[in-house]
Design a binder for this molecule. Structure first.
Ligand code: FNR
Length: 326
């Protein structure tokens, strides 16, 4: 099950008790990746998203992992920092932090706010951010998660270091593919050293398409370097972050996001983005990727696995289904 923000957590980012039932009912997915979960208060961009930085957060997440494990499910926590996709209202009037000073100018969900101009993180702030990811990963272990997925996709903080349009730094985190991949690799390394690399996954959007990212043809060289380095580290997996994985990107040499990742990453690869049973099965058989994550079908169909197994017609997802958490 792909990560899906549901915004039903309490105001202080404690997961809501109704989330226990929501995730438990979907344990049959085999593996659940939770909704994006903020690693610190400063990581916020949207209200009512869950966090993993207080004892109370850990306590309720533990009830969720317990319920999933009782049904023999596996559950990874998606670690999220929104970076520039945020607003000064969340930061005592200061601009949100990012790789550089840029402005995505995108709506922040249904809040009525638009993301604002960001400020560039100092080198010491980058070290603190890396530590924040590591602490969040450690907290996820306290809550008995099986692993964490670093949200490096969809134009949020990690992704903001991986594109030229959002990373205009001139220090060791900018300018060259080696430097621009550094933040992502240091986050992976810090988390892996604390919880084990086999418990760390990474979601990536090489063909940036969300949150104001405009992909430059040079971005592909950053990803090539990143994936080459990731091939040397025994992380759990790389996971495509995209809504429609049939999209072909001229900036990625005419490849789809997943086929680009497959070309440069040789270990476990999870695809997502508009797959159904037939397209997933045939792509896996052709060796295009190893596993598939489905998102919206899990919201629209409580009995998704049963329906897929028996070839039944799926109930179509619509946005109104997000109003309640069933
Ligand atoms: C998402 N998606 C998403 N991705 C992510 O990495 N973290 C997140 O928190 C969210 N939140 C989210 C909320 C909602 C309501 C939707 C519909 C989607 C993207 C999601 O994981 C997935 O990549 C897409 O939905 C495409 O897969 P499907 O739905 O076509 O199977």
């Amino acid at each position: 099950m792909a990560p899906m923000t549901r915004r039903k957590a309490h105001h202080d980012h404690t997961p809501n008790g109704i989330m226990i039932d929501y995730y438990a009912k979907r344990s049959y997915a085999g593996m659940i990746i939770t909704e994006g979960t903020i690693i610190t208060q400063d990581a916020i961009g949207f209200g009512n998203v869950p966090g993993i930085f207080t004892d109370k957060h850990i306590e309720i997440w533990q009830k969720i992992t317990d319920a999933v494990h009782k049904n023999n499910g596996i559950i990874f926590l998606q670690l999220w920092h929104c970076g520039r996709i945020s607003h000064p209202i969340f930061h005592n009037g200061k601009p949100p932090i990012s790789a550089s000073e840029t402005n995505a100018n995108v709506p922040l969900g249904s809040s009525g706010y638009t993301s604002s101009i960001s400020r560039a993180a100092s080198t010491s702030e980058i070290q603190s951010l890396i530590n924040d990811y590591a602490t969040a990963a450690e907290n996820a272990m306290k809550a008995d998660f099986d692993g964490v997925e670093i949200h490096g996709a969809n134009g949020y903080l990690v992704d903001q270091f991986l594109h030229y349009c959002t990373n205009q730094r001139e220090d060791e985190y900018g300018e060259t593919p080696e430097n621009m991949a550094r933040f992502c690799l240091e986050v992976i390394s810090a988390c892996g050293k604390i919880i084990g690399f086999n418990r760390v996954g990474l979601r990536l959007s090489p063909g940036g398409h969300m949150s104001g990212i405009v992909t430059d043809y040079k971005d592909q060289f950053i990803y090539q370097h990143l994936l080459n380095e990731l091939n040397k580290i025994p992380i759990a997996y790389v996971h495509t972050g995209i809504f429609d994985d049939s999209t072909v990107f001229s900036e990625l040499g005419g490849l789809t996001a997943t086929s680009f990742l497959r070309k440069y990453y040789s270990n476990t690869l999870i695809a997502s983005g508009g797959y159904d049973f037939t397209s997933a099965e045939s792509s896996i058989k052709q060796g295009l990727f190893d596993l598939v994550a489905m998102g919206r079908p899990f919201i629209a169909n409580l009995d998704l696995l049963e329906k897929l197994k028996t070839n039944q017609v799926l109930r179509q997802y619509d946005q109104n289904m997000l109003n309640t958490l069933e």
